[in-house]
Design a protein around this ligand. Structure first.
Ligand SMILES: [Zn+2]
Length: 98
């Protein structure tokens, strides 16, 4: 019977109902053409929000200096390269401290 494997799927849908609504809202924001999503697509994308969140947390915690930035060795502030007054042996000094 088809109902045998239909009931467990309904339970999954109920569990991820909130995520599905969020997903729909996000997709609607990006492009309205993807509003109509198959149940199979929704089930697959249900796993994505969790993975995305962990990635965002990591990127928020780790803030490596950009290639065009430097950390002043006196005030320990991160300045743009244009604010670099001088650098001696890896010690960078910004214009304000120079
Ligand atoms: Zn400085």
């Amino acid at each position: 019977m088809a109902t045998d494997y239909d009931s467990p799927r309904k339970t999954d849908d109920e569990l991820g109902e909130d995520s599905i609504e969020e997903l729909k809202a996000r997709r609607a924001d990006k492009s309205s053409s993807t509003v109509d999503v198959d149940e199979a697509d929704l089930a697959e994308s249900l796993e994505l929000p969790g993975a995305d969140l962990s990635g965002e947390e990591l990127s928020v915690r780790v803030l490596p200096p950009q290639a065009d930035e430097f950390t002043c060795s006196r005030c320990f502030l991160v300045h743009h390269r244009s604010q670099l007054a001088r650098s001696e042996g890896g010690m960078h000094v910004c214009r304000e401290c120079a």
